[in-house]
Ligand binder design. Structure first.
Ligand SMILES: NC(=O)c1ccc[n+]([C@@H]2O[C@H](COP(=O)([O-])OP(=O)(O)OC[C@H]3O[C@@H](n4cnc5c(N)ncnc54)[C@H](O)[C@@H]3O)[C@@H](O)[C@H]2O)c1
Ligand SMILES: [Zn+2]
Length: 375
């Protein structure tokens, strides 16, 4: 498949997302088109670096300075941001520096926030290396870190100057992280792309085997969808909210488990199941639609069990989320496969009832527990 160039419009300037096998090799040329810069800093994590060290050094040259940091979700915080900024000062990064974030969503969100705030803003390039990052987090300019009190509560909108998305990186991605990305892909089908949803229903096994052609197809399709949505609504004043399908609940279970039990995509998987159940409860989606969403999500693989917490604790975590307004819980609900309605306010009692039902439901007997996160 040829390399595809997708344009994203942003207030502070438009940028391109280049998708396709071998795109990394284009980095030096593409970087030179961004204008004059002093030094290139490669911001990544030891996990990513150990697989791609040689290739990245060859691509970016000896002069590029490497800064590695812990990319566990539990380390996606202000302390990591501070450490990276201090390393940049010590390495002499000035306002014409370019930061290249090479990694998954955590590296991208942390490095993005560093780029937004270091010397009040330096150039940022994303090189996403996970499926989540290639289809979602590297596009759209959201950056930020977690607080104990909640997910992504400190951050900035800071679009990159360029995104280089090479599916070759996925060859070294652990299975669980790969599957985690497939849930975000299902999300794109559920929120606005019926044909993609059907494609996933038909080709999931191929994708689980990481079939290169199918993978290239879904990555470009999701990247185009994300680019379209964020170009129309960069600051999430309307349309962009649809991307939060499954995320109100996802962020709450990530928070109550202190970011240690679920990969982000796994939390989104549970979140989509809950959103589908809520959609049925308030009569916007029929049971057949709910079953299709739940079935596809569960076919991807086993999920870590839901946390043993009360509805009250869960609801209070949801209330602290950015998506709640004036303390009222808001959800993106499914109306059909490929159509959603955003900003639906749902009473606590309904959310509590769905949560209670879900814990007793037969659903819980399908997935099995996976190992707790050790990284
Ligand atoms: N900014 C946004 O718009 C946005 C959108 C979606 C998700 N996110 C955020 O992204 C994060 C999740 O990102 P993720 O799913 O990419 O997970 P991740 O960044 O935690 O990466 C998963 C794991 O894979 C490793 N890894 C990454 N690339 C690898 C490769 N090519 N080979 C081997 N190992 C590799 C990482 O070191 C890490 O251990 C969450 O914090 C979420 O909130 C942000
Ligand atoms: Zn997400």
């Amino acid at each position: 498949m040829a390399i595809e160039r997708i344009r994203v419009r942003a207030r502070s300037g438009s940028y391109d997302v280049l998708c396709g096998k071998g795109v990394l090799a284009r980095a030096p040329r593409e970087l030179s088109h961004l204008g004059k810069h002093t030094k290139v800093f490669l911001l990544s994590s030891p996990h990513v670096w150990k697989h791609w060290d040689k290739k990245l050094r060859r691509t970016f040259g000896r002069d590029a300075k490497v800064i590695l940091f812990d990319d566990r979700e539990a380390a996606k915080n202000l302390s990591t941001v501070g450490n990276v900024c201090r390393q940049l000062v010590r390495a002499g990064a000035d306002r014409q520096a370019v930061l290249v974030a090479i990694g998954g969503g955590v590296v991208g969100d942390v490095a993005g926030f560093v780029a937004a705030s270091y010397l009040r803003g330096v150039s940022l390039v994303h090189v996403p290396t996970t499926l989540v990052a290639q289809v979602d987090s590297s596009i759209g300019g959201k950056t930020g870190v977690n607080l104990r009190e909640g997910k992504n509560l400190v951050g900035a909108f800071y679009p990159p100057r360029l995104v280089l998305s090479d599916p070759r990186f996925l060859e070294t991605l652990p299975n669980r992280d790969y599957r985690s990305g497939l849930y975000e892909v299902i999300k794109y089908g559920a929120i606005g792309d019926h044909a993609l949803f059907v494609y996933l229903e038909k080709n999931l096994e191929k994708l689980l085997r990481r079939d290169a052609q199918s993978l290239a197809w879904i990555i470009a399709r999701c990247a185009r969808a994300k680019a379209r949505v964020v170009s129309l609504d960069e600051r999430e004043s309307g349309l962009r909210e649809v991307l939060n399908f499954g995320h109100t609940f996802a962020h709450a279970i990530e928070t109550v488990t202190r970011y240690r039990k679920y990969l982000h995509g796994e939390a989104v998987a549970w979140g989509m199941i809950v959103a589908a159940a809520l959609s049925e409860k308030v009569a916007v989606l029929e049971p057949a639609g709910v079953a299709r969403i739940v079935r596809l999500v569960l076919r991807v693989g086993s999920l870590p069990r839901l946390p043993q917490v009360s509805a009250a604790k869960l609801i209070s975590a949801m209330r602290a989320d950015k998506k709640s307004r004036g303390g009222r819980l808001r959800f993106v609900l499914a109306r059909g496969i490929g159509t959603v309605v955003a900003g639906k306010e749902i009473p606590d009692s309904v959310v509590g009832a769905v949560w209670a039902g879900l814990r007793e439901d037969t659903l819980l007997n399908w997935p099995h527990d996976t190992q707790p996160l050790t990284r």
